[in-house]
Design a protein around this ligand. Structure first.
Ligand code: 3PG
Length: 216
């Protein structure tokens, strides 16, 4: 059976080790994508997960890739193969799913962009583990058991590394990052909807800088 390639593993590790915080971004107005991601970049966050939760996600990925060649730009909330292909076609450098299906896990092995699969149980982890996945999104982190669950998963899966997201905020990120199986923490607190609505890009940079400073 095929396994996660060295290239994919290196790419996902590079992405995760490039930032301890990963903004989970939803674009409601297409013109916001580039200034929002530029503001995050200026605030010190160089990895972005742009979700496909709105019709603007794919275009946003394409534009941000062009505007910020030094950032890692991934597609989030990918739930089917069609979206995976579309995200790759617009240049997504990695793909994040909220959960796993065997079809997605297997498709990703031969795709161009590597997958960070979402899991919340030991059984889902085992599905990925068997195919060589060792880096996972842990979602929805807070309701799936949060820090105690991640500690417990570290028993049977000692070489699994997680990017928890879902219900994590600026004041709780640090506690997650203190775990030895957490490399990066993700969330939407870095891009508050009201700040985006005001197009207050300086405030977005300030939140990024402040959040990075809180975890350092
Ligand atoms: C995700 O897809 O990772 C989550 O929607 C982020 O969760 P949050 O909005 O609670 O940070």
């Amino acid at each position: 059976m095929s396994q996660v390639s060295d290239f994919h593993r290196e790419r996902i590790r590079s992405v995760l080790s490039s930032s301890r915080l990963m903004p989970v971004i939803t674009i409601k107005h297409p013109e916001d994508a580039v200034p929002l991601c530029q503001a995050l970049f200026d605030g010190g966050i160089h990895v972005m997960e742009i979700t496909l939760r709105t019709e603007h996600g794919l275009k946003a990925i394409k534009e941000v890739r062009e505007a910020l060649p030094d950032a890692w730009v991934g597609a989030g909330t990918v739930t089917c193969l069609a979206q995976y292909r579309q995200a790759e076609a617009v240049g997504a450098q990695f793909i994040v799913t909220p959960g796993v299906t065997e079809a997605l896990l297997e498709f990703a092995l031969t795709s161009e962009a590597p997958l960070l699969p979402g899991v919340s149980t030991a059984s889902e982890l085992m599905l990925g583990y068997g195919l060589g996945y060792r880096e996972f999104k842990f979602f929805p982190a807070e309701v799936a058991g949060g820090i105690p669950a991640l500690r417990a998963l570290n028993g049977p899966f000692q070489d699994a590394i997680f990017c928890p997201t879902g219900g994590i905020h600026r004041d709780t990120a640090r506690d997650y990052l203190a775990l030895n199986n957490v490399q990066t923490v993700g969330g939407s607190w870095l891009t508050p909807a009201d700040v985006i609505a005001e197009k207050d890009w300086a405030k977005i940079s300030e939140i990024a800088r402040g959040s990075l400073s809180d975890i350092s």
